[in-house]
Design a protein around this ligand. Sequence first.
Ligand code: FES
Ligand code: FES
Length: 159
Amino acid sequence: MIGRTMSARTINFTLNGEAVSTTIEPHRNLVELLQRFDLFGARESCGQGLCGCCTVLVDGKAVSGCLYFAVWVDGKSVTTVEHFDGHGTLSNVQQAFIECGAFQCGFCTPGFVMMAHQLLKENSDPSEDDIRHYFSGNLCRCAAYPEIVEAVRRAAKAT
Ligand code: FES
Ligand code: FES
């Protein structure tokens, strides 16, 4: 309807293990919601579900934060990349990314780290083909793909 404004909704959800509540307009996406909590690991890049930079877990499943409406997390559990070093200790995956130099500018890295954690949960010993297939929705403009594959293999051995 012309001139009609969308009213904000109050949502309650779990964010990296902590119960939170906020009010947000229904057209905002999950990346925008996370920024309100000072979480900037999930980045909006393509805004079309094509690059994986905005990957976040909702109830344990990877979603594109750029395409996921913020209000949809009401009653759900959200995990971001910040969860993995929330206690000052890097995860095996994060450590392996550093040791293998699996990034250059780092813009894509949080998305790859999220997906790597998911992959290793499903497959503790992925082959190179498994890794490349699993990451088919994640783009790295710096083309750090060989090092990313190496990092996931290293993290698998350390897990
Ligand atoms: S910014 Fe969401 S998939 Fe690219
Ligand atoms: S490290 Fe630059 S986009 Fe992947």
